[in-house]
Every structure is written in structure tokens, then in C-alpha cells.
Ligand binder design. Structure first.
Ligand code: DON
Length: 313
């Protein structure tokens, strides 16, 4: 009897998680947000869900971690739903930078002085200012509710220790935000915009939550169970394109060549990825490579993509 793909994945994952885990010792956990330095450096977990709701969990999937930059995919989508494409792309561009995720180099070098894309820090801060709501609390509640809906988890919430740790130490993001305000990119109070940004970065999830969110993107915005269109298809297309071109920051080209799937990483070590029409994938491995992506997580996705020929290219 031949095994289905999901049965083969199930059979291969335990050994692949253990061999990818060996990479953890050559990376480092993020420490510029002090609270993140407490993350377990040797952890690696993956959760994968298919269109019929079948799921596989392997490794440290009980670990909760903050979404960090992974949340930027969804604030982009919400800002598009709130404002439409013209308003959003008047404030942020559509191009990869080749620079680190927290660089502000090109903001001054290249005119107009708008962030290159919505997934670098400067771009995501600009996007946070486009979320509809009367104050930071209402805007943040809308982001959290949206993620609860997509993850099918009504208890999703903030990790307030990580939130405070970032808010207290974010000198670089703060200077970037004031720079953007001066360039006319941000409206209203800079500190209010930063509060929305730090909050969505500090939403706490598990691999299973990320996999559920990814499955909605894999199904072009539809709830995979009910078929309800939760996100307009066009905005999912935009988000997935940014995930391919900028989702792994200045390692996105390399990731596209070795893995070839839309993905978004965060400095907590999370990665959200998907196989279009088929799988939602959530992964965590807090030990990071020099570009800020999970070192073991990237290795594991490479093994999966190669074995099952998932690359889109
Ligand atoms: O603004 C920051 O620096 C973090 N809250 C998010 C950065 C991040 O996740 C970049 N990831 N690779």
C-alpha cells in the first residue's frame, strides 16, 4: 500500500526535527528585546494542517512565543481591508530592501521617503498607523480579534512581559517612527502608533495557531472548513507576494531558491508558511541565524520542500 503524502510527512518528521535541531547551537536567540533572551535556544517545533483538518505536530509544539514580525502580514491585510490599495501603497512601497529588517538607511537615501515595503519595521510601523479605530486600544483590539478569527482561537492574547520589554527598549524603532512622522508618513501621535505596533508584535501564539492562520492564506482567504471568505482574495495575493519577496527579510532570495514557499519569520523564532491550496504550517525555533530567521526552522522547511517538491518555482 502506498502512503499518502501526509502519512509520509508524519513518518519522516521526527528524524528531521531532531537533525534540524542540531543547527540550534550555531545560532543565537534575539536579545535586543531583553525578554526574548529567555527563549529556549534548543527548541524546535512544527505543526502542519491540511485542507481536511488533518494535522501533524512534532517537536516543541507546546511552546508559546510572540508573533513579532509574523503579525505584519496580518496588519498589512487589515490595513488593506480598512483603506484599499491606493491609500496603503501611498505610504509604503512594494520592493525588497536588501538591508536588515530594522534598517532606516534607505528612508533618507531614496525619495519619496516612504518605507520600501510593509514587512520591514519602518513599513510595519507605517501600516500600524493605517489600522482603523478611534484610539490605540480600539485599533489593537481589532488586530487581536482578526487574528483570533483567523487562528480559530478566541483566547489568543498578548504576552505583556514581551510587550513591556520591547516598549521600554525600542530606541531604534522609536527613532524610525519619528523620522516617518517628519516625512509625513505617520498621522497622529507617534507613541500611539508605536503602541499598536508593539502590541501586535507581542501577541502570543503556538505553532498550531500559526498553522491555522496560514491555512486561510493557503485557501486564498477562505475559512478552510466553512468556505466563508474571511479576507478578499486580492489582499491575500498581495500578502503572499510580499511573503515571497520580503518575508524572510534580506534572506528572502535565498529562501525562495531553497524552499520556494511564501513564509514570514519573526525574531521570536516563529515562521508561518504554507503550501498553496494544501497546507498551513506553523513553526518555532528561537535560535536565529544572522539575518534574524530561525536557523533550525529554515533547515526543516528546506528538507520538507525538497522531499515533497513543494517549491512554487
Ligand atoms: O520591531 C521589532 O524589532 C520586533 N518587534 C519585530 C522584528 C522581527 O520580528 C524581525 N524578524 N525577523
Amino acid at each position: 500500500m502506498t502512503l499518502s503524502e501526509i502519512e509520509r510527512i508524519q513518518a519522516l518528521l521526527p528524524q528531521w526535527v531532531e537533525s534540524s535541531r542540531e543547527q540550534c547551537s550555531i545560532g543565537k536567540v534575539a536579545s535586543y528585546i531583553p525578554e526574548l533572551s529567555k527563549s529556549p535556544i534548543g527548541a524546535l517545533g512544527i505543526h502542519l494542517i491540511d485542507s481536511n483538518g488533518l494535522s501533524i505536530s512534532e517537536g516543541d509544539t507546546d511552546l508559546s512565543f510572540t508573533m513579532q514580525s509574523i503579525s505584519k502580514v496580518f496588519t498589512l491585510i487589515l490595513a488593506l481591508m480598512d483603506n484599499g490599495e491606493d491609500v496603503v501603497f501611498d505610504k509604503v512601497g512594494m520592493e525588497p530592501t536588501g538591508d536588515n529588517f530594522n534598517s532606516m538607511l534607505k528612508l533618507e537615501l531614496v525619495q519619496p521617503g516612504i518605507p520600501f515595503n510593509p514587512l520591514i519595521n519602518a513599513g510595519a510601523i507605517a501600516i500600524s498607523s493605517l489600522i482603523a479605530g478611534k484610539d490605540p486600544a480600539e485599533k489593537s483590539a481589532r488586530v487581536l480579534d482578526f487574528l483570533r478569527l483567523l487562528s480559530n482561537n478566541s483566547s489568543l492574547d498578548y504576552d505583556m512581559d514581551v510587550y513591556r520589554s520591547e516598549a521600554d527598549t525600542a530606541n531604534l524603532n522609536r527613532s524610525m517612527a519619528y523620522f516617518l512622522k517628519d516625512n509625513g508618513v505617520l498621522q497622529g501621535s507617534v507613541e500611539d502608533v508605536l503602541e499598536v505596533y508593539f502590541r501586535h508584535c507581542s501577541i502570543s501564539v503556538t505553532c498550531a495557531d500559526l498553522a491555522q492562520m496560514a491555512l486561510v492564506l493557503a485557501h486564498n482567504g477562505k475559512n478552510p472548513t466553512t468556505g466563508e471568505q474571511l479576507i478578499p482574495r486580492r489582499f491575500v495575493q498581495i500578502a503572499k507576494t510580499f511573503m515571497i519577496t520580503c518575508g524572510m527579510y534580506n534572506a528572502s532570495g535565498e529562501f525562495a531558491i531553497h524552499v520556494g514557499l511564501p513564509a514570514k519569520s519573526g525574531v521570536s523564532g516563529g515562521i508561518l508558511s504554507l503550501v498553496p491550496g494544501r497546507y498551513g504550517i506553523g513553526l518555532v525555533g528561537p535560535s536565529l541565524n544572522r539575518k534574524g530567521n530561525s536557523i533550525a526552522g529554515v533547515a526543516l522547511l528546506e528538507s520538507l520542500s525538497r522531499e515533497f517538491e513543494w517549491s512554487l518555482f
